[in-house]
Design a protein. Sequence first.
Length: 114
Amino acid sequence: VQLQASGGGLVQAGGSLKLSCTSSGIIFGLYDMEWYRQTPGNQRELVATITINSDTNYPDSVKGRSTISRVNARNTVYLQMNSLKPEDTAVYSCAARRGQLEYWGQGTLVTVSS
């Protein structure tokens, strides 16, 4: 199983980025998908969830600024992030969950400059 995140980079505060995470080795449509972020010395933070039915959920820290979506035909989940803030700087990674099954991918670095 592989989950490959991409789309990170350097952006100014107030800017936007769209992250992608493409999977292989799983039946993508059967998995809830999540985006997490982590900074050095801090715990990993859940930033978006999309279920197999495309129900979504966000923490207050990103609600209204981020949108998670999925295209099952492409085995891909996206995270559109707008109005980025310096505190959004982190490594973003995706996870796939189905019951007790859990898979993680490598992250992509997002750096927001002030």
